[in-house]
Design a protein around this ligand. Structure first.
Ligand SMILES: CC(C)=CCC/C(C)=C/CC/C(C)=C/COP(=O)(O)O
Length: 250
């Protein structure tokens, strides 16, 4: 078994065998390790495994509930699933929150726009979408949480980090775009409600399709919501980024 997997009784025996009594292993650590005994680090790991902190227990319990709930809610994960008939519709929702249509649509609008105010808003939307892609890729690459086992990897255009699931990129984008649109477009109340519903449905559909666990989506929605505040803070304008705006005015 790997060093870290040896039980605490084995570690204790090694310490006692060498000195005859229990002692801190620092001085004899090298000879213990050479004799095949675990190091101080593996003893500490053993201790942590035997005495997990309250936070550790809470996190493990949350993850267990998350996996259980996500599996039960993945009702469109395959054609043969409980709501398999709704899978094509869920995939349409998936495309509506995908990065590619949003990036291409925003870039196209930017090129077509002849009003300075519209250009400013679209340029900031493009900046927000790119920032979101980078942030999600970094977090996915750091956390490396695998997608649920019941997920079928048949997604529309993905990049390498999309084999990981935490956080949901669709959820971050949906929350970000939702906040952006509500702040910068003058919309009638029913349309504002529709925008919020769309963001929530995109989030829920990630779990129903089996793409994500519930916590991936909840954290994604939170991250996208918070990211909008960063975009507002760094708002690009002809005053703050004249060179960027000069590209479109010439
Ligand atoms: C310019 C550039 C690098 C565009 C890439 C657009 C693209 C392929 C985005 C990936 C969107 C995607 C599949 C995100 C994964 O979403 P999850 O909700 O499954 O995490």
């Amino acid at each position: 078994a790997p060093e870290g997997d040896r039980g605490p009784r084995h570690s204790q025996k090694c310490l006692q065998d060498s000195s005859g009594s229990m002692q801190a292993p620092a001085a004899g650590a090298m000879s213990h390790e050479r004799a095949g005994c675990p190091s101080l680090r593996s003893l500490t790991e053993d201790c942590m495994r035997l005495n997990p902190s309250f936070a550790g227990i809470a996190l493990r319990s949350l993850l267990a509930v998350d996996l259980w709930a996500s599996k039960r809610l993945g009702v469109c994960a395959a054609e043969g699933s409980a709501w398999g008939g709704a899978r094509p519709l869920m995939k349409v929702v998936e495309v509506s929150g995908h990065g590619l249509p949003w990036l291409l649509g925003t870039a196209y609008g930017l090129c077509q726009s002849d009003s300075a105010a519209t250009r400013e808003v679209l340029l900031n939307l493009l900046f927000a979408l790119l920032l979101d892609l980078v942030l999600v890729a970094v977090v996915k690459g750091l956390v490396k949480r695998r997608r649920p086992t019941h997920n079928k990897m048949d997604m529309f255009v993905t990049i390498s980090v999309d084999k990981y699931s935490f956080p949901s990129g669709h959820a971050t984008r949906a929350a970000l775009v939702c906040r952006f649109v509500l702040h910068h477009l003058v919309l009638a109340v029913p349309l504002r409600v529709l925008v919020v519903l769309w963001a929530l449905i995109v989030g829920i559909s990630r779990v129903m399709l089996g793409r994500h666990n519930v916590t991936d989506v909840l954290f994604g929605l939170f991250l996208g919501y918070a990211l909008y505040s960063v975009v507002e803070y760094c708002w690009l304008s002809p005053l703050s980024a004249p060179a960027l705006f000069a590209l479109w005015s010439s």
